[in-house]
Write a protein that binds this ligand. Structure first.
Ligand SMILES: NC(=O)c1ccc[n+]([C@@H]2O[C@H](COP(=O)([O-])OP(=O)(O)OC[C@H]3O[C@@H](n4cnc5c(N)ncnc54)[C@H](O)[C@@H]3O)[C@@H](O)[C@H]2O)c1
Length: 375
């Protein structure tokens, strides 16, 4: 037997940059990576964003003498499909960008950045891309990591890749036009971080969250909450970008939500499913004395104060158990469910059973009285 070993190390480096007035001609952030002489860019824009910024985007590239092909993409989970993936690849193929220095630009919500990120990861075996999140979900979560993907075969994110962006540009003014339901959708991911790792962030949400939601996070405290959330998220992601360690705090709220989201895709947003999971997990943690009664009440009070309405009627214990089983495969055979230990603390459980889930569902149904209206 003769063995030849190949090893290669590759450094991942990208910047997450706060900016404002992204399409102002004097703002060079969007063109600060890649060639600027004889430059071309393939730009994919969420259609809801295009409505507001169509002229500004076109004028921006024209001003900088960059030939831009601008393709629109409808956001929404129902479009995170292989068909849309293929249609973007076809558009890209007919534009023929340079492989190394004409990064694809993705401007939109988490669906768009996931799909376009997957296009970038697979086109010619990987081309650079820049992400510009325009939803709160994208701003604090989907855009700042390196995961890309599309839904496939009835499963969320079944096809995807780890593919780092060249940079992420954060301009919170995009949130001004985001519908309130989608603001709250992103807030659910901020609550996740607050409960599982950051008691200060939890305090900030208690003190200013409702007002910042009303202000679409354009207020000063809203900016502080966003900065805190992004810092916390990156602190978790950076040492484990490729998820070698499958016990991840940021998976809090992402165990039971998986099945809920898949079953109720038509009327449940990702964050809404995550929050239901957070509350189920909170009650399991309470029953195990990982949370006190007062801490449990604070989590429920915060959810109410922020005005997030939830529909507990979809909480079928069998579905939650199936979801946990599926996630156990995903986590390589162990449940590895992150659970709060006090607000801001975390412990991983591997022995959650069906009785605990049933009991948590019953308690949650009693606590949630407001039926979620589908907008
Ligand atoms: N890659 C990751 O690490 C990661 C992390 C979290 C979530 N995600 C994924 O993110 C997706 C959800 O993202 P989302 O909540 O942003 O959904 P989304 O991309 O579907 O956007 C929500 C809606 O808002 C619209 N929109 C976008 N920007 C807008 C703006 N500025 N003004 C008005 N409307 C606007 C979109 O057209 C869409 O209708 C899910 O598929 C989830 O799996 C990925």
């Amino acid at each position: 037997m003769h063995t030849r070993r190949v090893t290669y190390q590759h450094t991942i480096e990208y910047e997450v940059i706060n900016t404002s007035n992204l399409f102002h001609p004097q703002n060079c952030a969007l063109l600060s990576a890649g060639r600027v002489e004889d430059a071309r860019r393939f730009v994919v824009v969420d259609s809801s964003v295009e409505k507001h910024y169509s002229a500004a985007i076109r004028e921006y590239f024209a001003y900088h003498h960059v030939e831009a092909k601008i393709v629109t993409f409808p956001g929404g989970e129902e479009n995170k499909t292989i068909d849309y993936y293929q249609s973007i690849v076809r558009e890209l193929d007919s534009f023929s960008i340079h492989r190394r220095d004409e990064p694809i630009i993705a401007i939109g919500g988490g669906v768009l950045t996931d799909v376009v990120g997957f296009v970038a990861s697979s086109y010619r075996r990987g081309v650079p891309h820049i992400k510009v999140p325009t939803t709160l979900m994208g701003y604090v979560d989907a855009s700042i990591g390196i995961k890309t993907g599309i839904n496939f075969n009835g499963n969320k994110n079944r096809l995807g890749a780890f593919h780092a962006p060249q940079m992420v540009l954060l301009d919170k003014s995009f949130l001004k036009t985001l519908p309130r339901r989608h603001i709250l959708n992103g807030v659910c991911e901020i609550i996740k971080l607050a409960v599982i790792k950051d008691a200060d962030l939890f305090h900030l949400l208690e003190a200013h969250g409702a007002q910042s939601v009303d202000a679409h996070f354009q207020d000063e405290q809203g900016g502080i909450i966003l900065d805190h959330a992004i810092a916390g998220m990156l602190e978790e992601l950076q040492p484990n970008l490729f998820e070698e360690d499958l016990a991840r705090k940021v998976d809090f709220g992402h165990t039971f939500s998986y099945g809920l989201e898949t079953r109720h895709e038509a009327h449940l947003l990702h964050g809404e499913a995550v929050l239901l999971d957070i509350l189920i997990s909170t009650l399991i943690a309470r029953a195990r004395n990982l949370l006190s009664e007062e801490e449990t009440s604070r989590i429920f009070r915060l959810t109410n104060a922020l005005g997030i309405e939830l529909d507990a009627s979809i909480l079928n214990p069998c579905l939650l158990w199936q979801s946990l089983t599926e996630r156990t495969y995903h986590r390589n055979g162990l449940q590895r469910v992150p659970m709060p230990r006090g607000i801001g603390g975390c412990v991983f459980l591997n022995d959650i059973n069906t009785d605990e889930i049933e009991s948590a569902v019953k308690t949650l149904e009693d606590r949630i009285t407001v039926k979620h209206e589908i907008i």
